[in-house]
Design a protein around this ligand. Structure first.
Ligand code: LMR
Length: 392
């Protein structure tokens, strides 16, 4: 049987991890996979997470199964963090293994409800979006998103493409901190986008993997909240990997907003999908998140550390834009300071990306997406000089 298998294409982001690891050069710089690193290159366990883990170790008396949909307290606390109050009667939810698990379950829910549904993706988007959709045999389409000249949102192109969305189509949106570009709609553009989707009868599906990494925890939820308030049905796949720094714990949530009368059936279908795919979702990370969100002191400490992380990335953005001004004697990279989140697509050719890797030991995704958090004060000028050296 297994002889029928053929090699799968390598994930372009994960592939970089191995390439970087195998590079013997001491001065190499990793701007690949989206993992936060502090100035020393460490991905720290956040203080509140450590404190919650200690207290969990002391208090936990059993490892028996928890709820099939996840612990209700986790689902309630995280839904509150994302949406604010007032959605309890509309929000069905399941805990999932990370944000990827939530995306996969959302797509399976869509397929269960409407096997013919078409899912619209921004061009570009996180490569795992189209990969999972293709694997599930679902239909997909793209809408324009990124203006390669300005490195901002191509809002006219986006509007023109979303005008042909059919009733019942699903439109996948990055709630904040667009991955891979770093370019995001303004508040006014989000409102206009909501008008268009509402007029088309589309179902918004929001991927929220970086809440707290852009303009702030509340600010980064604003677009999601706007859409949640306006549409009868919304899917939200959220991740705690980045904002709680618990990548390997696989902690996410899928929220399906529906009409109150339909909530029980939707919840039953979500539970069914968990049961079919892995039974009970992982609990450790979800429990830590719940403990943090339910304890005022831990919440305050976590928010303070998250804010520090966010500010560090903003500082690096400004420093890089400034260094590039100097190194290239132009303002063409100023957009880096205006982008938000971990990533910026900086607009280099594939040949330049390869030259940066081979000649300078600088690793970024092939589309020239850089992870800002992979930089520090010392490597910012090194990157700027290398970009200037490979010609821009
Ligand atoms: C990324 O885009 O680098 C992150 O979301 C990590 C991943 O799984 O790809």
């Amino acid at each position: 049987m297994l002889e029928a298998l053929t090699p799968q294409p390598q994930d372009k982001i994960l592939q970089l991890i191995a390439l970087y690891r195998d590079d013997p050069r001491a001065q190499k710089i990793d701007l690949g996979v989206g993992v936060y690193k502090d100035a020393t290159g460490l991905t720290p366990v956040m203080r509140a997470v450590k404190a919650a883990e200690k207290s969990l170790w002391e208090r936990e008396t059993t490892k028996t199964y928890t709820g099939l949909a996840g612990e209700p307290a986790y689902n309630a606390a995280l839904t509150g963090m994302i949406l604010g109050a007032g959605f309890a009667d509309r929000a069905a939810s399941i805990a999932t293994p990370g944000g990827t698990g939530a995306i996969r379950q959302a797509l399976e829910l869509i397929r269960l409800a409407n096997p013919e549904a078409k899912v619209w993706l921004s061009n570009p988007t996180w490569p795992n979006h189209p990969s999972i959709i293709k694997y599930l045999g679902m239909k997909m389409a793209e809408y324009r998103y990124f203006d390669a000249a300005t490195r901002g949102v191509d809002f006219e192109g986006l509007k023109a493409d979303l005008a042909s969305v059919a009733k019942g189509d699903v439109v996948l949106l990055h709630g904040c901190c667009h991955n891979p570009t770093g370019a995001n709609p303004t508040a006014a553009q989000w409102a206009e986008l909501a008008d268009i989707l509402s007029a088309r009868g589309a179902i918004p599906f929001i991927d929220l993997a970086y809440q707290g990494f852009g303009d702030g925890l509340e600010e980064d939820a604003a677009a999601t909240r706007l859409i949640a308030a306006r549409f009868p049905e919304v899917l939200i796949a959220a991740s705690c990997s980045k904002n709680f720094g618990i990548y390997r714990e696989r902690t996410g949530i899928l929220i399906a907003l529906t009409e109150p009368a339909r909530k029980a059936v939707v919840q039953g279908n979500l539970n069914f999908l968990n049961r079919q795919n892995y039974s009970f979702p992982p609990d450790h990370g979800a429990r830590l998140v719940t403990m943090i969100l339910e304890d005022a002191a831990l919440t305050a400490d976590w928010k303070a550390e998250l804010e520090e992380v966010r500010r560090n990335m903003l500082t690096l953005r400004r420093a890089l834009a400034e260094e590039l001004r100097r190194a290239t004697n132009s303002d063409r990279y100023d957009f880096i300071a205006h982008h938000r989140g971990m990533f910026s697509r900086i607009g280099l050719s594939e040949a330049q990306v390869i030259a940066l890797r081979e000649k300078h030991g600088i690793y970024m995704v092939g589309d020239s997406r850089i992870n800002i958090a992979g930089l520090n004060a010392a490597t910012v000028p090194v990157l700027a000089a290398a970009i200037a050296a490979v010609g821009d």
